[in-house]
Design a binder for this molecule. Structure first.
Ligand SMILES: [Zn+2]
Length: 75
């Protein structure tokens, strides 16, 4: 399977649906949505999200944050 241009419907880190092109671009460059990039990758000095390496508790915290923002749709 060619995964080079694969865009999931949701961010693999916070499991929130990608909202717009900015999230898609962020996924291309960093493997996660723009908010995860801003809130997790950049503060941790990471360039790309490695879902396997991100702690469960961190992912949970990011997801929780999305949950309280009304603009997000969670599954
Ligand atoms: Zn995310």
């Amino acid at each position: 399977m060619n995964t080079d241009n694969f865009i999931p419907f949701e961010c693999p880190v916070c499991l929130t649906l990608m909202r717009d092109a900015r999230d898609v671009f962020s996924f291309f460059s960093s493997n996660c949505c723009l908010d995860c990039k801003r809130e997790y990758l950049i503060p941790n000095g990471m360039e790309k999200a490695d879902v396997e390496k991100i702690k469960k508790s961190d992912k949970k915290a990011l997801r929780k944050k999305r949950n309280i923002m009304p603009s997000y749709i969670l599954r």
